[in-house]
Design a protein around this ligand. Structure first.
Ligand code: FES
Length: 91
């Protein structure tokens, strides 16, 4: 596994953005002061989750406004490490 920089730790709690690593589009979010990262394209038909609505720790896909189905599989998530002002995931 490689540790990859996914950008600055500059999000305020409740904010999210697109990040990328190894050609993958990712969603990175600050939830109550802790950073989280997951695949950014919805497993249904690829909706951009970084454009979805973040409500506490729940992201809603912007294309079909779904929390559960129709997507058939969960998004892959990644542990986020903060080093200084930079964020890293293992991928
Ligand atoms: S693309 Fe996300 S629910 Fe359809």
């Amino acid at each position: 596994m490689a540790e990859i920089n996914i950008g600055k730790a500059d999000l305020k709690p409740g904010q999210k953005r697109l990040a990328s690593a190894n050609g993958k589009k990712l969603l990175v979010a600050n939830v109550a002061g802790k950073y989280y990262c997951m695949d950014g394209l919805c497993t249904h038909v690829g909706g951009p989750l970084w454009d979805g609505m973040l409500d506490k720790n729940i992201i809603t896909c912007p294309w079909h406004k779904c929390l559960r189905s129709p997507p058939k599989q969960d998004e892959k998530s990644y542990n986020v490490k903060q080093k200084g002002n930079e964020l890293f995931i293992e991928i």
